[in-house]
Design a binder for this molecule. Structure first.
Ligand code: ATP
Length: 639
């Protein structure tokens, strides 16, 4: 029986069962709280220990309750008691697992308990990037404010002159947040006297410790280590293991307790540093087709938003933006060339959801010209259209302390796309760690051209812990099931047409224009947001940069081009999105426990499986051998 809208009874039944499945996924999830010891991070039988049982200062407990946090995450549950005891701790836990509060809570607790006068900072948190500096500063300040305490938190920014640093430190801070280079500069310029530091410093935290050396802070840290008093408690936090962490450990810690909190991936006893709430997919395509594939994924609405799309060079980012813009897909570009105020503002806007697609380069390293790394040059070599770093970029001031990948707590990012593959496994882990934070669900999607198969292989081996041949059920990165070849090919002609118009010159001009605007805005922004911190509408970062206005007909994909199988997938993604929103909003109390409903990756996989099964039953598969009911129905309709 066919209904008026063209949906058969069977199809309607199936759609309803998908909805029911998604609802079930949304409502019937495991007892979970993002922080709980029995939350999505961990299925062991340990008893839940609340923050109250940890003996935290009552003001901190109130602060946590105001923030809506009731249970510690596993890393918090394990690390905090040790830190409160005064032990040096090295903690390695996956991205988004709450490492920041695991050291800030005991740190603030101790400062509140000790009180008293001081000559120098009592606690110092060192991080590799300015973006992280700001984030840790915000978190510490908000904790102090919620506690109603008069703790003074100061951050030292890279751009500060000696005079400004002196001014900032004139009233002695309780907590100092900075990059190692700033502290080393303060010491060498006598803004901080080593003797004072030796006397006052009671706690030193090296956050994102795996990255501090690679960001070039080894010398700064070595010079600082000399002044860290023996009595000072030292903590090292990291997401990945690295020889640098070991070096740092030897440099500043004394008999530390080492905690490694990874999680089981598949119930087999094996562990992974990637949150299991993140489903990982790959799409294999030629390098020159990456724009086309990206367009197909977005145009068919196959991924959840918000999405971060990682690229390896600034020019690639602008090229992608200009290209997508022509199809009515808006995005903002974030890179280390932009002034710091603009970068912070972009992050802020993205976090509150003012735009859905953020194209980002990962860190200071990505600002090197393409030819400077073999990996980057290889990823562009068979794509003639792919521009190399423009000359103008060499003149731009590059901020080597820029970094959005490492440690930044993006809010509600549902999908991370590797438009360009990262150079290293650690880079991959940090990138995809921008989604699936605090137990939320997320998806990662990597576009893999033939020349990046090797890094994908390495990633798979390292994440699964077994050689390729043995991965079978442990394959953590599966082929993306929702995009059919037909869907991609339906857009090829239009995409290639637009690709030709996004020339190197257009990219260079757009990049220069964006930079000019942002530099101008930067100062205005600074003043404006000091006065109006909540006014985020002033500037839109996803504005159109193309000189030529996007053609109206490219904004939608006409009916005759649409691929029914991928359309069905798109509907499933939308249902999953609805389920995720439902899941997010439905925190319920069960037996006095905060129960967070299961998020949607399961639903996503099930929908994908159903689509695949349908494909086998008669749907249009990637090789185009069979035809779907939808496709023939679609044809009937067309006729
Ligand atoms: N106990 C908790 N319950 C619920 N959410 C929490 C808890 N602790 C922290 N969070 C939230 O988890 C998110 C991730 O925390 P955080 O940024 O500290 O992770 P991280 O482990 O440092 O990640 P990365 O390695 O990427 O830096 C934040 O949004 C934070 O507010």
């Amino acid at each position: 029986m066919e209904r008026g809208d063209g949906e058969s009874g069977e199809e309607m039944q199936e759609r309803l069962s998908t909805i029911a499945e998604l609802k079930l996924a949304a409502e019937g999830g495991q007892a979970a709280h993002p922080g709980g010891t029995k939350g999505p991070h961990d299925d062991d039988e340990e008893e839940d220990v609340g923050f109250e049982e940890m003996g935290l200062d009552a003001r901190l407990l109130r602060a946590l309750s105001k923030k809506g946090l009731s249970y510690p995450t596993p890393v918090q549950a394990k690390a905090m008691p040790l830190i409160l005891e005064g032990k040096d701790v090295v903690a390695r836990a996956k991205t988004g697992s709450g490492k920041t509060l695991s050291y800030l809570l005991p740190l603030v607790h101790k400062l509140l308990a000790e009180g008293g006068s001081k000559k120098g900072p009592r606690a110092m948190v060192l991080v590799p990037t300015r973006e992280l500096c700001q984030q840790v500063y915000d978190e510490a300040t908000s904790l102090a404010e919620y506690c109603g305490a008069t703790l003074r938190v100061v951050q030292l920014a890279t751009t500060m002159s000696t005079a400004t640093m002196k001014m900032s430190l004139a009233r002695v801070p309780d907590i100092l947040v900075a990059t190692p280079a700033r502290i080393a500069a303060c010491i060498s310029q006598n803004v901080i006297q080593p003797a004072v530091l030796e006397e006052s410093l009671a706690m030193l935290v090296l956050d994102e410790a795996d990255l501090l050396f690679s960001y070039g802070y080894e010398e700064d840290l070595r010079s600082l280590a000399v002044y860290v008093p023996r009595k000072c408690q030292c903590l090292l936090m990291s997401a990945t293991a690295s020889p640098d962490v070991d070096k740092l450990k030897k440099l500043v810690l004394h008999n530390p307790v080492t905690l490694t909190l990874t999680e089981e991936v598949d119930g087999s006893g094996d562990t992974s540093v990637v949150p299991k709430s993140v489903q990982q997919f790959s799409v294999h395509c030629k390098s020159k087709d990456k724009l086309l594939y990206m367009l197909s994924i977005l145009k068919y609405d196959l991924i959840q938003k918000k999405a971060i799309i990682f690229v390896n060079t600034i020019d690639t980012g602008f090229r992608l933006k200009l290209f997508l813009e022509q199809f009515g897909i808006k995005s903002a570009v974030l890179n280390g060339e932009l002034p710091q105020n603009s970068r912070l503002h972009i992050l802020q806007q993205f976090n509150v959801g003012l735009f859905e697609h953020l194209i980002a380069t990962d860190d200071g390293k990505s600002l090197q010209p393409v030819s400077s790394t073999s990996k980057e040059s290889s990823s562009t070599k068979d794509s003639e259209a792919e521009p190399v770093e423009s000359k103008s970029s060499k003149k731009a001031v590059r901020d080597t302390e820029f970094g959005v990948v490492r440690g930044i707590d993006f809010k509600n990012v549902r999908t991370v796309v590797n438009y360009d593959m990262p150079e290293t496994v650690a880079g991959y882990i940090h990138r995809i760690g921008r989604t699936g934070r605090a137990g939320n669900a997320g998806i990662s999607l990597s576009l893999v051209p033939p020349e990046d198969e090797e890094i994908l292989k390495q990633i798979k081996v390292e994440l699964s812990g077994v050689d390729e041949g043995q991965q079978n059920n442990k394959a953590l990165i599966s082929p993306f099931p929702l995009l059919s070849k037909t869907a991609v090919e339906s857009l090829r002609y239009r995409a290639e047409d637009v690709m030709r118009s996004v020339t190197k010159i257009a990219v260079r001009e757009a990049r220069a224009k964006e930079l000019r605007i942002e530099i101008l805005n930067s100062e205005r922004l600074k003043a404006h947001f000091e006065d109006n911190p909540t006014d985020l509408e002033l500037l839109k970062h996803d504005k159109v940069l193309s000189k030529v206005a996007p053609a109206a007909h490219l904004k939608t994909v006409p009916e005759y081009l649409r691929d029914p199988t991928t359309e069905a997938a798109s509907r499933a993604v939308n249902l999953a999105r609805a389920a995720m929103n439902l899941a997010q909003s439905s925190f319920v109390k069960r037996k006095n426990k905060r129960v967070r409903v299961q998020d949607a990756p399961t639903a996503f996989t099930k929908s994908a499986k159903r689509l695949k099964r349908d494909g086998r039953k008669g749907g249009k598969s990637e090789d185009g051998k069979s035809r779907s009911r939808n496709a023939s129905k679609h044809k009937r309709r067309k006729r």
